[in-house]
Design a protein around this ligand. Structure first.
Ligand code: HEC
Length: 189
């Protein structure tokens, strides 16, 4: 790149350009997921950075999607989770399934199933950490993160559940009885 035949100012220019490019490239790589790989919430952070980055700012996932300036904010700029507390986990899961709280701007089910739970647990754990403290207002760390209970298949756990069988049994027995009457009447001459 730098040859002996080049003039001194040209050499300096090329060197300066190389240094600038190197600085820019390394700066791009410096911001990374703020959750260690060994942490079980790491996967949720990665998913967040892949799926939610366009609309939400969250330093723990290295995203900048929220509006930087209220004057230039657009309707689909989502809240900044460094500031906004999102606890418990069920609240985040609701927003993921519903598309935010209004359902108007954020797409529904950007992540689903176990992935949605992983993202929700990550958001609930790390959100609100840079919120300003307001006297008299509970801080995010004082609120419960909570968990989503593990999935237990209904069929194997409640076959002998007397209450559910009794209620469904009686209601289904009552309906066909009415139908029989209705059918019999016109059938009789
Ligand atoms: C297309 C932009 C967009 C994408 C993508 C998006 N969101 Fe949103 N989100 C929004 C907007 C806008 C709101 C606020 C409006 C609302 O709640 O209806 C919001 C609201 C929320 C809320 C409720 C926040 C509050 O306190 O009001 C949560 C939680 C949330 N988003 C989580 C997520 C997660 C997790 C993902 C990725 C799986 C995601 N969002 C992807 C735009 C987006």
């Amino acid at each position: 790149m730098i040859s002996a035949r080049m003039s001194r100012p040209a050499k300096v220019l090329v060197l300066a350009a190389v240094v600038t490019i190197a600085a820019v490239v390394t700066a791009c790589g410096t911001e990374s997921i703020g959750v260690q790989k060994s942490n079980p919430l790491h996967e949720g952070a990665v998913l967040f950075s892949q799926r939610c980055a366009g609309c939400h700012t969250f330093s723990y996932a290295a995203t900048h999607g929220s509006a930087a300036n209220v004057r230039s904010a657009q309707a689909n700029n989502g809240p900044n989770f460094d500031i906004r507390c999102e606890r418990p986990v069920a609240r985040v899961l609701y927003a993921i399934e519903n598309g935010g709280f209004s359902g108007a701007y954020m797409p529904q089910n950007v992540v689903v199933g176990q992935d949605a739970i992983k993202v929700a647990e990550f958001v609930a754990t790390y959100s609100g950490r840079h919120a300003p403290t307001v006297p008299g207002v509970q801080t995010c760390s004082e609120m419960n993160v909570s968990t989503i209970p593990a999935f237990t298949p209904v069929a194997t756990t409640t076959p002998a559940s007397s209450t559910t069988t009794a209620t469904t049994g009686s209601s289904s027995a009552a309906k066909p009885a009415k139908h029989k009457h209705a059918k019999k009447k016109p059938g009789h001459p």
